[in-house]
Design a protein around this ligand. Structure first.
Ligand SMILES: [Zn+2]
Length: 129
């Protein structure tokens, strides 16, 4: 079955690719998957997309995921520090405050920026096999 070389993990877990057949049929595929159109029988292979370009998108996606992750890690550290200092309540207040600020002000800006980047993703024209 698997005659094609294995793909790096980061590539396999990347965003789906929208593939539109010449006849108008549309599928959402992972990088490395191939698809035979049910309507016209054309065979498509997403590996025809340059892997380096696809990897760049994946990196972009991870970059935008890193900020919320960093924020949650930071809040956790805050709570732990305040517990160590014997002020667990102060720690909770601070984190609650930070969480409110995050969801009211930072997150909307962050996700708007992310959506804009996603909207500018490149498209490729590949040939059927
Ligand atoms: Zn088709």
């Amino acid at each position: 079955m698997a005659t094609e070389p294995a793909l790096p993990r980061s590539i396999r877990r990347g965003p789906r690719i929208t593939l539109t057949c010449h006849c108008g049929e549309r599928r959402y595929l992972k990088y490395g998957e191939s698809w035979t159109c049910e309507k016209c029988g054309r065979r498509w292979n997403t590996r025809r997309i340059p892997m380096e370009q696809y990897a760049a998108i994946r990196r972009e996606q991870l970059r935008y995921r890193r900020i919320p992750l960093a924020v949650s890690a930071l809040s956790l550290i805050c709570v732990v520090v305040f517990i160590i200092l014997g002020q667990p309540f102060a720690g909770l207040v601070l984190v609650a405050f930070a969480a409110t600020t995050w969801s009211m002000f930072v997150r909307p800006i962050h996700s708007r920026r992310y959506r804009r980047r996603i909207a500018n993703l490149p498209t490729w024209k590949i040939d059927p096999e």
